[in-house]
Design a protein around this ligand. Structure first.
Ligand SMILES: [Cu+2]
Length: 129
């Protein structure tokens, strides 16, 4: 009797093993930045209707392959970094950047979006690697 139970348990365990080997473990929830290649950093800048960007500053490191992305949370805004010739707006909301030295860049809104437009600013800080 006990032998029979052991046989069933062993069979079940083997089947589970085969299943896991075949289909792999259940996938974890998708994290956008987790699927990026090594050395690539996603900087997602949110633009809000109260004339602010999501963070007061964004940090990256020298040598990072930076994907800079503007996300209009509400209203229509643009993202401009004069010194880097970055101008994201409309259908073009993403760009790639890489820095070879530390520095600090002002990010400002490039689309006249209302009363607070002129003060709509944040910073991109490039730190030493
Ligand atoms: Cu604006």
């Amino acid at each position: 009797m006990h032998k029979w139970i052991m046989f069933v348990l062993l069979s079940a365990a083997s089947l589970l093993g085969v299943y896991l080997l075949t289909f792999g473990l259940p996938a974890k929830p998708v994290d956008e930045s987790a699927s990026l290649p090594e050395g690539t950093v996603l900087v997602k800048v949110e633009a809000n209707s109260d004339f602010t960007f999501g963070e007061a500053e964004y940090k990256v490191k020298v040598g990072d392959k930076v994907i800079l992305k503007l996300q209009n949370k509400s209203g229509i805004h643009g993202l401009k970094i004069d010194e880097l010739n970055v101008d994201l707006e409309g259908d073009n909301l993403e760009t790639n950047l890489e820095f070879d030295k530390p520095g600090e860049y002002e990010i400002h809104c490039s689309v006249p979006c209302g009363a607070g437009h002129a003060e709509m600013k944040t910073k991109l800080i490039v730190e030493a690697a």
